[in-house]
Every structure is written in C-alpha cells, then in structure tokens.
Write a new protein. Structure first.
Length: 486
C-alpha cells in the first residue's frame, strides 16, 4: 500500500516502527495531491514547504526515543475557514483571497501541539454556505467517485481530499450538515460534535450558534483519535463548554449490545432514492443483529427544520459578515470616492451571489416589523425541535437515519433553484438546531458506485455512543477498503 493511503492509526504504527519517515509520508501525500488535484480541486492552498519542515521536526521527535505525541508526523488538511498562522485563509471567498492569518485557530494549535503536519487548506463553499461546494469563489471541488458530481458541501474539499488519499484526515465545519453530507457523498467518516465540545476560536464565523468544527476521516478509529485531540474547553470561545474530554479511542470497542437505537419515522420520506433507504435499513438491521434494540420514535417538528434553520443561519450570517468592509480584512475596492462607496463596492465585488442572497434575507428577517414574524418564530421552533430530540432520548440511546435523501448529485443540477439545494440538508439540519452530535459512516454504494451514508445522532456530549456504534458496524463491512477510481 502506498503511504498516502494510510489511515492515521496505520501511519502512527509505521512511523513509530520507523518503517516510514514523516518526510516520506508527507512527500507521498504531496505527490498524490500533485497527481490528482487538477481533476478534483480539493485544495485552495498546498503548504508543501512548511509541511516538509514540520515533517522533519516530527522525524526528530520520532527518533529521540520518547513516546511521540498522538499525531506526530501525520498530514492533516484544514477547511479554508479554519485559520493557520502565516497561511492564506480565504473561506472560499474572493473577499479574503489575499488574507494571511496572523494566528492559529485553537483547533489548529491543538493539531500542531499533537505533532500534526498541516498539509494545506481545502476547498469549501464561500463562508461555508452551500451543500455542494459549487459556491466556492475559486473552483468547485469534485467528487472523487465521479468527477461530474459534487462532493457535497460545504466541507467538500475536506471530504474529497480524505476520500482521494490527498490527506490522512482533515477538519471540516458543520453548521447545517456541512461535515456529514460531504462525508456521505464521498464515502468517509464525518463527525459534528456537540455544540460547545470543540472551540470555534479562529474559525471564520458563518452562523455562530450552529457552527462546530469536526473530523473527516478514513475510518471510525481515526475519527475518535482526531476528536480526542481537538475537543475540550477553550477560554477564548465563550460558547465552549468546560467538561472533561473522554478518551474516545479507549472504549471504542465496547459494542452495541443492549443499546437502544431510535428510528424516526419522519426521516424516511417520499422521493428518497430507494437504494439509500435500503442501505440504511440494512445497516440498522445489522446493528440489531449485533445486539442493539430498534425503537420506533417520532420527531414531530422535523418538517419545520429546514425553514427555521435558513432563517436563523441567514440572520446570524448577515450580522457576522458585516465585518468584511474593505477596511480591516482582505479585498478592498479601488477607485472609490468615499467611505460609503468603499463599503458598497468592496462588498458588491467581493461576495458571491449566494452570500449576497443570504445577507439580504438575513437582514430582512431581522428588520423591525419582520423580526417577530420570522426570527423569533424560528427560534421558538428551534426550541421545539430540541425538545423533540430530548423526549426521544428518553426511549432510546442513539438515533439512526439516512444522511441525505440521495447520493451525490451532478454539478449544476441544483444551482438554478436554491430551494432544492437547501433540501439536501433535510436530515442533517435539525441536529445543529438542537446542538447535538451527529456522525456519518459509510453504509454502502448505489448502482452508480456512489457512496451512501448512515447518520447516527446522540445525546448532548455523548459522541462516545456514536463512535462505538459506528465502529461496531464498520468492523463487519469492507466499504472503507473500496477506493475511488482516480
Ligand atoms: N447547506 C447548509 C447551508 O448552506 C449547511 C452549511 C454548513 O453546514 N456550513 O447553510
């Protein structure tokens, strides 16, 4: 097996046994990027020089005999909304095209402290707004399983790079499904942690009450490993929650015996691709065969999730994006007469059309006269949705659903009608409104050879149960051994 195909835990073993050096591993990943990224566009910035220097440092640590830090010498990619000191961070937007971050996000700092090699910054929808990666201001990222199809969004580059062995693992962000949807479309594991589990400090804000950073990995063990490194309290993020981080890898093999798995009737809808439903139901049956108990549950306010999410997310986005004014960061319009014109022209030229649509809608739902009718109402619905989940968790320990109603769609297919694009998020969005953890794990392929994802949802701060169930399922299947035909 080529080095670039290694998972984190496989690479850890080989590095520690000195069967491969950190420099060889990073070089192999860089070669892979060079060979494949012309077709995929996963990367917006490749940090070749810095990565090799970090790998050299890792080799010195590995050879000094002491136990190395957990990610020592492991190449990891960052979604381009996550800041890394001295590296360009565009957030997929022209307005930040030349923005070099003066500091590290907390998650980046934790990766570095764990010895990781930051291999580059990966593609995403502009400011993480989208479900297909087609809203990237630079180039759409493509699905490694079929380059005419989207990788899902907004963390499309995070998922595609891992599926295509252009990184051992990556970090993405998930505001309304942006880790889980691309993970499902690209056939990898993706986890959105509980809101407050992982620091948002140094992550370009989209909708601050929903955003979470999470791992995109080749298997469940890697997901547990990476979460262990990035999770934990951070005084620089006021919404970070101060509670201990469990050792997710230690109890990974606990199994599902006696686990009650809730199956919500509202998540199997008309118009769903039949192969997706079959694969997800087969996965549930498999978990039952392993000793779990299936419990039918109901999440009655599910049908209002997409509408209330898009009101809340756009409202928060309109406020968060006010800071891009041509004065402090990135792009600045030339030849303007006064300050008002500077703001207007910078924003008109710097933002793409989806971002503008969201600023306009977000401003509208927050404006006097509409605030109560839209924003306040959406917040009330949000409370009902969270309560639905908390009620359901009286009867079950985790919930299993599809990640999306279909497998990856074609580029351009949903661009003309934003609403059809928003509906790709129908099964992922409620989780963000409720602040719960959600995981996507591969559970099969359709007749085009496109991956299908199983979604597992948990109680607040119970990522452990999701990882254990996903691990038990994954061990009995070989989906992860299939590789895209690149
Ligand atoms: N597709 C959703 C949106 O566009 C979710 C994006 C995300 O999770 N960042 O808002």
């Amino acid at each position: 097996m080529s080095h670039h195909a290694l998972t984190i835990h496989q690479a850890q073993e080989k590095l520690r046994a000195r069967e491969v050096s950190a420099v060889e591993l990073s070089q192999s990943v860089l070669n892979r990027i060079q060979a494949t990224d012309g077709r995929l566009h996963s990367y917006l910035t490749v940090c070749a020089e810095e990565a090799l220097a970090q790998a050299e440092a890792a080799d010195r640590t590995l050879s000094n005999g002491a136990i190395p830090p957990p990610l020592c010498g492991i190449p990891i990619a960052l979604k381009d909304v996550i800041l890394a000191q001295g590296v360009r961070s565009t957030a997929g937007s022209k307005i930040l095209e030349r923005f070099i971050s003066p500091y590290d996000a907390t998650v980046t700092q934790r990766l570095k402290e764990a010895g990781a090699v930051i291999i580059g910054k990966v593609n995403c929808d502009e400011f993480a707004m989208g479900s297909s990666n087609e809203n990237s201001a630079f180039a759409p990222c493509r699905n490694p399983w079929d380059t005419d199809r989207v990788p899902g969004g907004s963390s499309g580059g995070s998922a595609a790079s891992v599926a295509a062995d252009q990184a051992c693992a990556s970090l993405g962000t998930d505001t309304g499904g942006s880790i889980r949807l691309p993970a499902a479309f690209c056939g990898i594991v993706g986890l959105k942690p509980t809101y407050g589990r992982v620091s948002r400090f140094g992550v370009v804000a989209y909708a601050s009450s929903l955003d979470q950073v999470g791992p995109c990995t080749k298997d469940v063990r890697d997901c547990a490993l990476l979460l262990e490194v990035i999770a934990g309290y951070d005084s620089r993020d006021s919404t970070s929650v101060n509670r201990p981080t469990p050792s997710y890898t230690t109890h990974l093999e606990r199994g599902v015996s006696g686990l009650r798995i809730g199956i919500p009737q509202e998540y199997f809808i008309e118009g769903m691709q039949p192969e997706v439903e079959t694969a997800v139901r087969d996965a549930m049956a498999h978990l039952q065969a392993l000793g779990a108990e299936a419990v039918p549950i109901s999440l009655p306010h599910t049908e209002y999730a997409v509408a209330s999410y898009y009101i809340i997310a756009m409202a928060e986005a309109s406020s968060n994006l006010a800071r891009y004014d041509g004065v402090r960061y990135g792009y600045r319009a030339a030849e303007v007469e006064d300050l008002g014109e500077l703001y207007q022209t910078t924003r008109a030229q710097g933002f793409g059309s989806e971002v503008k649509r969201r600023i306009a809608l977000g401003t509208y739902v927050l404006s006097a006269g509409y605030y109560d009718a839209y924003y306040v109402k959406a917040q009330k619905v949000r409370t009902l949705i969270r309560q639905d989940f908390l009620d359901a968790f009286e009867a079950c320990d985790i919930i299993a659903t599809p990640v999306a109603p279909t497998t990856a769609f074609r580029l351009g297919e949903k661009l003309a009608a934003p609403l059809t694009m928003y509906l790709s998020d129908i099964f992922t969005i409620a989780v963000n409104l409720a602040g719960l953890p959600g995981l996507s794990v591969p559970c099969g392929f359709d007749h085009h050879g496109l991956p299908i994802g199983l979604q597992l949802l948990g109680r607040p701060f119970d990522e452990e149960a999701l990882l254990q169930a996903a691990y038990a399922y994954e061990q009995d299947h070989d989906w992860r051994t299939r590789k895209p035909p690149l």
